[in-house]
Ligand binder design. Structure first.
Ligand SMILES: [Zn+2]
Length: 308
């Protein structure tokens, strides 16, 4: 088996597959780890090759992009694609997100996609990671300054902030990413407050894919006191919910992330017992350097083919 970074992550084992490609290719299967736009092929509506994803990812791709041509793969079940055997693992990042265990020629490889070992309120489960020969590790927060507080503590802070705002006569606005984070906010407000949750039109559209599975309660209009959840808010009073808010001192900035933090990534790197680690996305060089310093064989994945 050989690997390179090109059209997404490309694997060749006599036949080829693409992981999170930029565009699909004729006669080459594409595996989509989750429905965030930077992992979805640009030609998702009219793909040139077959697309494979979990049921959750397929339902978001349908509600957001109108894509109705996705072949379903199931957590823990084998799908054979040419010379490869593929097994999806829950990634805990957003609904439907999955890592892929991929086996060919006695070499086992695990691609994390975007991964969250702590899970959330609108995911199937926290991430699970198998032991493998080769690990392809996302590195969004692969820098030791990113160590997140207990996510449950942040959820409670967000709920308390919203209740205080409404008690003061305001209708608070929470800004969060359209896919995944907005639904986490709806779920935590449903669970920890009695506030009415109003969402913007785009958030409502994406949330349809989550609604039944996670019993989300929201509306598009309210004349009474409410919290508004939207992915794009104007004005300074809004709350912002993202891991990048970790060092912000601004009231209303909450560092609730859908990714592993630095220690979470190191945990995955060690516990999957790989002989070789390739880092991708975000702080990939920093993370590879730290792992190398600690005696692991790690490097950022590059554009040249590497034999495994
Ligand atoms: Zn993502």
């Amino acid at each position: 088996m050989r690997i390179r970074l090109g059209n997404g992550i490309e694997l060749d084992c006599g036949k080829r597959i693409l992981l999170d490609p930029i565009k699909t290719q004729v006669d080459i299967p594409s595996l989509i780890s989750h429905a965030h736009s930077d992992h979805v092929p640009r030609d998702i509506k009219n793909p040139r090759g077959k697309i494979y994803a979990t049921e959750g990812t397929a339902s978001i791709l349908r509600s957001r992009y109108g894509a109705d041509n996705v072949e379903i793969v199931h957590y823990g079940e084998r799908t054979s694609l040419g010379t490869f055997d593929v097994y999806p693992y829950p990634a805990g990042h957003i609904f439907g997100s999955s890592g892929f265990l991929i086996v060919c020629d006695d070499v086992s490889l695990f691609y994390t996609g975007d991964i969250n070992p702590y899970g959330g309120l609108t995911v199937e489960s926290p991430a699970r990671v198998p032991e493998v020969d080769v690990l392809i590790l996302e590195s969004t927060y692969g820098n030791p300054k990113y160590r997140f507080p207990d996510p449950q503590k942040i959820r409670i802070h967000i709920a308390k902030w919203a209740i205080e705002e409404v008690s003061s006569g305001r209708s608070p606005v929470i800004e969060a990413y359209l896919v995944g984070k907005s639904q986490e906010i709806i779920a935590l407000l449903n669970r920890y407050t009695n506030l009415e949750v109003v969402v913007s039109e785009p958030v409502a559209k994406v949330s349809e894919a989550f609604k039944e599975r996670f019993n989300l309660k929201f509306t598009k209009h309210s004349d009474g006191p409410h919290v508004l959840v939207t992915h794009r808010a104007v004005g300074e009073d809004k709350a912002r919910v993202t891991g990048w808010a970790l060092f912000s001192k601004r009231r209303g900035d909450f560092p609730l992330s859908a990714h592993a933090d630095f220690d979470g990534l190191v945990n995955i790197a060690v516990s999957s017992s790989p002989t070789k680690i390739f880092t991708v996305y975000g702080f990939r060089r920093e993370l590879a350097n730290w792992l190398k310093k600690w005696g692991l064989d790690a490097q950022p994945l590059g554009g040249n083919w590497v034999e495994l």
